[in-house]
Write a protein that binds this ligand. Structure first.
Ligand code: 4AD
Ligand code: MG
Length: 444
């Protein structure tokens, strides 16, 4: 009956009872006449023991890994050292394998990919639909689900409301060079780079808002941390100052971590992936851009031209990461010069050379969040458009925001894949999404 059906992760209290499980053959090994199968179903792994006739008939089928099975049997406790998941084994008394559940035989090259037994990166990525069944890949994706859920929970606790802005737009947010342009019923349109401008328009209607949507960037370089399509967690807060923004961001990052870690399975996955993980201590370090320039020069870390950094230089990815790895804790890097940042950022009233802007930098990754206070004066915004050579007419809905009840407000965007690269200690953001899209890759 169905009541005996359990998933491979649950049923701590069903030892000694007869159960029914489904799963795929993750691994198998034969020891004299006993067959040990590690079964996988996405919720966990279970060791299954086949003896006697069952082992012989299974053997005769010459099945390959990844074959699906339905198995009946009794769950028994095994000692700690036996290397069985959850210290238990299913002693099978019956199994079923419909013909079409059998994984293609004789092609271990494919099933080997599941455990990523190759160093051919392009091939691994072509076979992402199979490699994501592997232990590391699936753990990262399961943690990702938990993190996304935690963001939703934490934002709800903080009374932010979720909205869903459009992905097809006619305005740029983060500079024209990374726009994906397409033909929209014979009009020029783009895939959105950020939902920020739309979030700003929601403030008067709904109060503080957030969204978790895709953003798109036509990045033309291959790096560890750039995707063409990524998941962007963005929030916008009304009637705040820059200090409020920084405090909110720190609170969100720490609460999300707390909520994520409160699930023991997820915490275990994170510790498996990132054994040296340590919860960041609060308050986060705050460092002004101008102090970062000094820090880089004191540590002989040159700019992109190999020269000492000067005020006004963009801090390149390599330099940023060296600084973050050296300091080895989260950094709020603030007050960037206006000309290296986006048009909408508010100037610092105490130093008009710089903006009330923040990047959150994490060890191993560098920038994972970018945010700022927004220009709330329409005249100033118009001047910024002119400086950037942007035609303001397509932004009428954004400038109306300033005309009809402007307010001091600000927000930020967090790259979910970069956050996961930090949390799960992954070398690249490509391993932190389901099917990565980046320069030169649009499959599977
Ligand atoms: O710093 P960015 O460009 O800022 C914005 O888009 C703001 N409009 C967000 C806002 O204030 N609502 O992007 C924000 C974050 C980066 O810190 C990074 O984590 C991520 O988005 N990001 C990317 N992640 C993967 N691949 C890319 N090509 C990314 N570009 C940005
Ligand atoms: Mg940025």
């Amino acid at each position: 009956t169905d009541s005996s059906k359990i998933t491979l992760g649950d049923g701590k209290d069903v030892k000694g009872t007869r159960v029914r499980v489904f799963g795929r053959v993750h691994r198998e090994r034969k020891q004299s006449k006993v067959l040990f199968i590690t079964l996988r179903d996405g919720y966990g792994y279970m060791q299954v023991v086949l003896t006697g006739k069952l082992a012989e008939t299974y053997d005769a089928l010459t099945l390959t890994r990844e074959t699906s099975m339905e198995i009946f049997g009794e769950l028994r406790q095994v000692p700690e050292g036996a290397h069985a998941p959850n210290n238990r084994e299913l002693h099978a008394d019956f199994y079923k394998i419909p013909q079409i559940w059998k994984a293609a035989g004789g092609d271990d090259a494919i099933t080997n990919r599941v455990s990523q037994n190759t160093d051919n990166q392009a091939q691994l990525l072509d076979l992402r639909h199979l490699t994501l069944r592997g232990e590391t890949a699936s753990k990262v994706l399961i943690v990702r689900d938990a993190v996304e859920f935690a963001f939703n929970q934490v934002y709800k606790e903080m009374r932010l409301r979720k909205v869903s802005p459009p992905a097809l737009v006619q305005t740029q947010v983060e500079g024209g060079s990374t726009l994906f342009e397409f033909n929209y019923y014979n009009e020029k349109a783009y895939l959105t780079q950020s939902s920020q401008l739309y979030l700003e328009t929601c403030l008067p209607a709904m109060g503080d808002v957030y969204c978790i949507e895709k953003s798109f960037r036509a990045e033309k370089s291959l790096t560890r941390r750039h995707l063409a399509e990524y998941t962007h967690v963005e929030a916008e807060l009304d009637y705040i100052n820059f200090e409020d923004l920084l405090n909110h961001l720190e609170e969100v990052m720490c609460r999300v971590l707390e909520v994520t870690m409160s699930d023991p399975t997820i915490k275990q996955h994170i510790m498996d992936l990132n054994p040296n993980f340590q919860t960041p201590s609060r308050p986060f370090m705050r460092m002004k851009y101008s102090d970062a320039i000094t820090w880089l020069n004191e540590h002989n870390i040159p700019n992109e031209e190999g020269k000492p950094h000067e005020f006004g230089d963009d801090i390149a990815e390599a330099a940023e990461r060296r600084m973050t790895d050296e300091i080895n804790r989260p950094i709020f890097l603030t007050h960037f010069p206006a000309h290296i940042k986006a048009f909408y950022m508010l100037k610092d009233p105490n130093d008009p050379r710089v903006t009330e802007s923040v990047d959150c930098l994490m060890p191993n990754v560098g920038e994972i969040v970018g945010g700022s206070m927004r220009m709330d004066d329409n005249e100033e915004l118009m001047a910024a458009f002119a400086r950037e050579g942007i035609d303001p007419s397509t932004y009428y809905w954004y400038t109306d925001q300033r005309k009809y009840g402007s307010s001091p407000h600000g927000g930020y965007g967090l790259g979910l894949e970069r956050y996961l690269a930090w949390l799960c200690n992954q070398h690249t953001v490509r391993d932190c999404c389901l099917y990565p899209r980046y320069f030169g890759r649009c499959k599977p």
